[in-house]
Design a protein around this ligand. Structure first.
Ligand code: ZN
Length: 294
């Protein structure tokens, strides 16, 4: 099952959503959840996670290809627009740790992206002053409350996964006597997530997906999610041992090697450049960098 945020309304979409998002052209039919359910479920893409089991059971009885909504990539918003918590994990791929000249952390290195940074998969991203970098990441959306969940049970608490970009302004991130990850990764538009939420049963192996990123067509990142130091179950176990994960929360699970600050010479994003982030079986984000107004 795939669900998307279409002009702010939760919508069931077919597998072809991945193609139109990657190609940024065409459309697929979608099923408007509020109308198709006769009002049993509301239109809010965030509220759907509050009663995830009920929604999941209903949605699986619906044919997403039979919808009457014409869905284009430009109409898509972030799959979970107002999560109560957004977690992000740093330094979670060995080759990325090496390119940052740091040592691998003994446990997941966790920060937040403040939720106002969330954006749709085709959103234009205003460039703030400084050195803006790319980080393609698998994003996990929590479907069931999780507290002290062992790794064996972790995937059962996940509604689905999406592609995310953890855009990062490195000057602010590295300023101060300790790195300040959260603020530098939370400018408006710095958290596109999409194109749709894909439930885990749609993926042959949710722990091993090809993941990559290009800038103006040049490959910058090319890896597999199985290369994570702390995999999704380990991250959920670690987070939920400390605090409750709530339905609709997001977890950015870390980026593989190939970021701009790890290159020689360093390379950062310029207005007009297009960042394409892709994960096998899920689809693409295609985000154009634009000069910030004023
Ligand atoms: Zn990141």
């Amino acid at each position: 099952m795939r669900i998307a945020n279409v002009d702010g309304r939760v919508t069931l979409v077919p597998e072809g959503i991945a193609t139109i998002a990657c190609e940024r052209g065409g459309s697929v039919p979608g099923v408007d959840v509020e109308r198709a359910s006769g009002g049993r479920f509301g239109p809010d893409p965030q509220a759907v996670f509050d009663g995830w089991d009920r929604f999941d059971a209903w949605a699986r009885t619906v044919d997403p290809a039979g919808g009457d909504v014409e869905v284009t990539a430009d109409a898509l918003g972030p799959v979970a627009p107002r999560p109560s918590q957004v977690f992000a994990v740093g330094l979670n791929y060995a080759a990325h740790v090496a390119e940052t000249m740091r040592e691998a952390p003994p446990s997941p290195s966790v920060f937040t992206k403040f939720p106002t940074c969330l954006a749709g998969p085709s959103a234009a991203v205003p460039l703030p002053p400084g050195s803006v970098d790319w980080e393609v990441e698998l994003v996990v959306v929590v479907g069931r409350s999780a507290r002290s969940v062992p790794r064996e049970a972790a995937w059962r608490h996940v509604a689905g996964v999406a592609v995310g970009q953890d855009f990062s302004e490195r000057d602010l991130q590295m300023s101060g006597t300790v790195p300040q990850f959260s603020l530098a990764k939370s400018y408006p538009g710095f958290g596109p997530v999409g194109p749709a939420l894909v439930t885990v049963d749609e993926l042959p192996d949710p722990d091993d997906l090809a993941i990559g990123c290009t800038v103006d067509g040049e490959t910058m990142q090319d890896a597999r999610t199985s290369m994570m130091i702390f995999d999704v179950p380990a991250i959920i176990e670690h987070l939920s041992a400390v605090l409750p994960l709530r339905p609709g929360d997001l977890i950015f699970t870390g980026t593989p090697a190939g970021v701009g600050m790890g290159r020689s010479p360093k390379r950062f994003l310029r207005a007009g450049e297009v960042v394409e982030s892709r994960i096998e079986g899920i689809g693409c984000l295609v985000n154009r960098m634009v000069a910030a107004a004023g």
